[in-house]
Structures are given as structure tokens and as C-alpha cells.
Design a protein around this ligand. Structure first.
Ligand SMILES: *Cc1c(COP(=O)(O)O)cnc(C)c1O
Length: 392
């Protein structure tokens, strides 16, 4: 039976790195070495210096390339390091068309760093293909999308975006953090680069900050390898190991969390205190059909709006189970307040124009029993105290 016939969860465990070729160790060895002895004066070995290449980091880079169906993978010190390095493929005078409700950190790099380097951008609702087509300029080099987007879970049709990009001879970048390759594989739909905050679902345990990139061609691989080495925002080996460990359970975690998210989204949708629920697994969610044509299920993240900020404060203060924090994609459920957290880098008027209001909460569903999460919501909605402070 060839490896390609294995299911996704089997491939997470049985790949080139299931054991160490030299020792048989059933865990990728952590190579701390920063430099490597060269036995031959004229011909250096595969590794010389760990910024340029390290066996532990390389194991992770090979694993993620395989899982995304790409030709080469890269591990970075954070999701933002991966994204920023990929943007360095662009040059002064270039232009990017980008999803308007993109991750706050990406928004910051595009608006406050790339602009300084003479790289321009146009934010569009990438769910609207006409707007995307209209935004492409002669100097556009990249269409950059997130689907589902953050935090409103807007759906962009990846294949249609790729078609527009290819018709102009430009690249498609997809931030696949929200679904991971367990649920969506953009390269198989024609995208050129997939980016990840591996801090989220891929790592999965709120214990490591990491970023990944996977490209679809050797030529792009060589260009990104050059930049990874030149800029040096590489992932450390301990962190690479943590990500490798997290990956082993990626599909079982995603499957369980997505199942629970579906149940919780339906519960919230029927709750009178909830004004709107944003979750791609709901048939009423805009883009539902497109989403299910390119992804396995609705994913593990949902957002919902209450009446106002006071209602958000009340619920947040009374919920016991989810941690209240920045981030998502972990074994424990994480409740976030986009206006002050992931999208704090976005000016208030820009946020509100994008529908990221002060009454919006985002929930990343973890591995708790969904019945317990719903019970927790029930008691929190019903609580008659309005705490002025977030619980300890
Ligand atoms: C968290 C996140 C990032 C940034 O990743 P870091 O690991 O925090 O640098 C990028 N995109 C999305 C969608 C994210 O959720």
C-alpha cells in the first residue's frame, strides 16, 4: 500500500519522519547545533549553518509540504514572520489585492510596513469576485486571501480567485490558518503559496508560536528559501519539535472541534440574546456552498454578535470554560474580543466598516464536551450579575 493511499490522519503519523533513520528513535531528534562540521574542504555537506538549514526544522518543513500537497515547505518564527517573508517576494512599485477583513497583524504589515517600501495595496471583499477583478492593476503581483476570513468567517471562492490571478499572470497567496490542511488544501485548488500561523490549529496546544509557508513550485521554493535564509526569521528547533508533535493529532482535533462548533453555532443561532452567528457550517451562512466545495466542514471557529458591548462584557465575565484571550485553534476553547484583540491594530472606523463591531465575540472551539460548553453559555447568559471586571 503506497503512502498516497493512506487517509490524512494516517499520513500525519506515517511519513518520512515516523522514526529517525540513524537510531530508530520514534520522535524527530532535536538538533540544537548552530553549525555543522565539514569533512571535505571542497565539498560541504547538506547542512552548514542552522539558519540556512537544520534537520529538525527540515523535518517539519517536509511534513507540512506533504500535507498541503506542495513542493516545498518553510518554517518561520511566527505566522507573521512567514507572511512578512512571503511579502518580500514583492518589490517596490508592486501592488497587492487583499481581503479586507484580513488578520490584524497582516493588515498592519500591509498598511504600515509595505507602504513604506513602496508596495501598494487595495483592500476588497474577496468574496465579491467582480470587486477583485476591478482591483487588479497592471502592477498587481499578488491576490492575498483568507477563507474563512477573520473574524466574520467570510468565504472566498479559492478556485475563482486563482482563475482571476492566472488570467493576469499573478500569484495567489492563501492564509489557511483557520482550517489547516486537515480541512482545506488551497494548493490543490491552484493557489501558489499557503501561509499558516502554526501557533493555532497546527501546533494546537497554546504552547508554541510558529509560522509555516508552502509553495507549489520549485521556482517559488527557491525564491522563498533565499528569503528565509536572507531575512533569517526561522523557527527554532525546540519549537519545530513542538509543532511536529502537535501535527500528529491535527485531524482528530479538527474533526472533534468542528463537530462541537457546529452544535454550538446552532445553539447560539437559536438563542434570543444572540443577534447574529457567523459560522460556515450554517446553511444560512453566505458562501456556504462555496465553502463546502473547497473544505471538509465548517471548521472550529465561529463568531457571534450580541446586543451591545455591555452584553459582551456580561457574557465574557460569566463564562467559566473558555479562556478569554487572544489566539485560537487550541485544545481548550478560546473566547476572544476581536475589537480589542486580533483587530486592535485596525482603526475603529475601518473595523466598523468591515462589520467588526464592539458587540462581536469570536469563539474557537476546543476539545471540551460540547454539552458542557453549552451548559456554560446557558448559565452565563442567565447570570443576573453584571461583573465590572473579567473573572480571574
Ligand atoms: C494568528 C494569525 C496570524 C499570525 O500568526 P502569529 O503566529 O501570531 O504570528 C496570521 N493569520 C491568521 C489568520 C491568524 O489567526
Amino acid at each position: 500500500m503506497g503512502e498516497e493511499t493512506f487517509g490524512f490522519q494516517t499520513r500525519l503519523l506515517h511519513n518520512n519522519h515516523k522514526y529517525d533513520r540513524h537510531t530508530g528513535a520514534v520522535s524527530v531528534p532535536i538538533h540544537h547545533a548552530s553549525t555543522f562540521h565539514q569533512a571535505d574542504f571542497d565539498h560541504f555537506g547538506k547542512y552548514d549553518y542552522s539558519r540556512s538549514g537544520n534537520p529538525t526544522r527540515e523535518a517539519l518543513e517536509e511534513v507540512i509540504a506533504d500535507l498541503e500537497g506542495g513542493s516545498r515547505g518553510f518554517a518561520f518564527a511566527s505566522g507573521m514572520a512567514a507572511i512578512s517573508t512571503a511579502f518580500m517576494l514583492l518589490s517596490q512599485g508592486d501592488h497587492v489585492v487583499i481581503s479586507e477583513d484580513v488578520y490584524g497583524g497582516t493588515y498592519r504589515v500591509v498598511t504600515e510596513v509595505l507602504t513604506r517600501l513602496g508596495i501598494e495595496h487595495t483592500f476588497v471583499d474577496t468574496a465579491n469576485l467582480e470587486e477583485v477583478e476591478k482591483a487588479v492593476q497592471p502592477n498587481t503581483q499578488v491576490i492575498y486571501i483568507e477563507t474563512p476570513s477573520n473574524p466574520l468567517l467570510k468565504i472566498t471562492d479559492i478556485k475563482a480567485i486563482v482563475k482571476i490571478a492566472k488570467s493576469h499572470g499573478i500569484l495567489t497567496f492563501v492564509d489557511n490558518t483557520f482550517l489547516s490542511p486537515a480541512l482545506q488544501r488551497p494548493l490543490e485548488l491552484g493557489a501558489d503559496i499557503v501561509l499558516h500561523s502554526a501557533t493555532k490549529f497546527i501546533g494546537g496546544h497554546s504552547d508554541v508560536v510558529a509560522g509555516l509557508a508552502v509553495v507549489n513550485s520549485e521556482a517559488l521554493g527557491n525564491r522563498l528559501a533565499f528569503l528565509q535564509n536572507a531575512l533569517g526569521a526561522i523557527l527554532g528547533v525546540q519549537d519545530a519539535w513542538l509543532v511536529l508533535r502537535g501535527i500528529k493529532t491535527l485531524q482528530v482535533r479538527m474533526k472533534q472541534s468542528a463537530q462541537s462548533a457546529q452544535i454550538i453555532a446552532e445553539y447560539l443561532e437559536s438563542h434570543p440574546a444572540v443577534e447574529a452567528v457567523y459560522y460556515p457550517g450554517l446553511k444560512t451562512h453566505p458562501g456556504y456552498e462555496h465553502h463546502f466545495s473547497q473544505a471538509e466542514n465548517g471548521g472550529a471557529v465561529l463568531s457571534f454578535a450580541l446586543k451591545d458591548e455591555a452584553a459582551v462584557r456580561h457574557l465574557t465575565a460569566n463564562l467559566q470554560l473558555p479562556v478569554f484571550s487572544v489566539s485560537l485553534g487550541a485544545v481548550e476553547s478560546i473566547l476572544s474580543y476581536p475589537a480589542k484583540m486580533s483587530h486592535a491594530a485596525m482603526p475603529k472606523e475601518e473595523r466598523e466598516r468591515r462589520g467588526i463591531s464592539d458587540s462581536l465575540l469570536r469563539l474557537s472551539v476546543g476539545l471540551e464536551d460540547p454539552k458542557d460548553l453549552i451548559k456554560d453559555f446557558e448559565q452565563a447568559f442567565a447570570a443576573d450579575t453584571v461583573l465590572s471586571k473579567i473573572r480571574d
